[in-house]
Ligand binder design. Sequence first.
Ligand SMILES: Cc1ncc(COP(=O)(O)O)c(C=O)c1O
Length: 460
Amino acid sequence: MVGSSSGLVDAILGELSRIKQLDADATRGRLFTYIYETGIPELRRLAHRAFDLFLDTNALDPTTFRSALVFEREVVSFAKRLAHAGEDVVGTATYGGTESIFLAVKAARWLYRRRAGASAVGEVVAPVTVHPSTRKAAHYLGLRVVEAPVDPESKKALPEAVKEALSDRTALVVLSAPNFPYGTIDPIRDIAEAASDRGIPVHVDACVGGFILPFLEELGERVEPWDFRVEGVTSVSLDAHKYGYTPKGVSIILFRGGELKKGTIYVDLKWPGYSFINTIVLSSRSAAPLAAAWAVFRYLGWEGYRGLAERVISARDYIVGGLRRLGFREVAPVETPLVALTTGEEELFKFHVLMTMRGWVIGLQPRVEGLAPYNIHLTIAPIHDRVKEEFIRDAEEAVKSEAPRELEEALRLVREDPMKAAGLIGESPASAVLIARLLDSMPRELAEEVARELVVELFK
Ligand SMILES: Cc1ncc(COP(=O)(O)O)c(C=O)c1O
């Protein structure tokens, strides 16, 4: 009988191990994006165990799977503490930042349409630095995005410009704490006050900051006000699967007042099947990520998170200081553990390729007219405190070395044979440079269309 043979199970597990070799391994501290690694193996094992225990559940029905309710209440309650939320704040656990932001936009649309009519097209005012999930939500929900200018130095939204963009059509303002590319926090207090005067809701995307900013503040770092202590902030998203160090699949959206949350709950009692009541976009889903988050919160507690924040700051200051000595400069003020640095274009590309060849996975961000030159992005996690010296040693060697052959070949191909260059993506250590250069060589709309085509091919 299939499934009773341990030989078969072993063979499948062996194959899975081989497939796993394809992935970057965050536990070695070489990854500066995507995974937020603590470097505590016991914590990882605990999270995996909790995940495993609750994998065969369906949070769609918390009356049948009551654990889902227990976990969600505690996870939301921890997020409320992080965001200094009062009694009036209610929340929902989602599967990620994108889904939390989707719900924030949906709630705002609901409120707007109550005022302006069922088919009114509201506007979302947001700076270009907000995570694309805001524009994606507006796109899905049929709202227009009005882009608010940002200060080219600080990369923060310009309060006066945002205020000017507000109108009777504004359904929502979205700001970041911090934005992902440059790590700076928008001037939330100033903007929220103006929006609130006009009855316009303000969402703070603290997906990446929510689980670390409170601890930076406790450690004496200067943190721009971002949470429910700011009047006029009506919703906040925080991702446990970022600086909350939980496995992927947990974010929290908090609303000031149950009315807003109601705008996100989809109820359909017309259907002849089970009572259909959804708090999030997904319907059937496992409670496993919530169980893992619950376990991680229990293990770390407030003090544990503060200790990890200390390591993050120690790593960030060492790494930024080291890169400055090597001739890099910040693209925006360093306010959080997300930093962007730059140097001469050729130097930067060379650095990125050589560091990639040494196994470091760091972001390469595009140049944006009037905003930033090409730059590297680092999201610093606690594990980086352990590898910071090695990182700077490698960085120094990279800065002093000649440009590798792979880079020159890649740049030549982009000029002479872009199709062949595109074929090298994923194969060459110069992949990030290839992507950046190819995107630069065509109008954005065309690049977006090419990206769609490539994705169709990739998953064939
Ligand atoms: C500031 C910010 N908001 C939202 C998101 C979206 O989060 P997710 O990838 O969990 O959907 C991210 C992801 O990097 C982010 O950095």
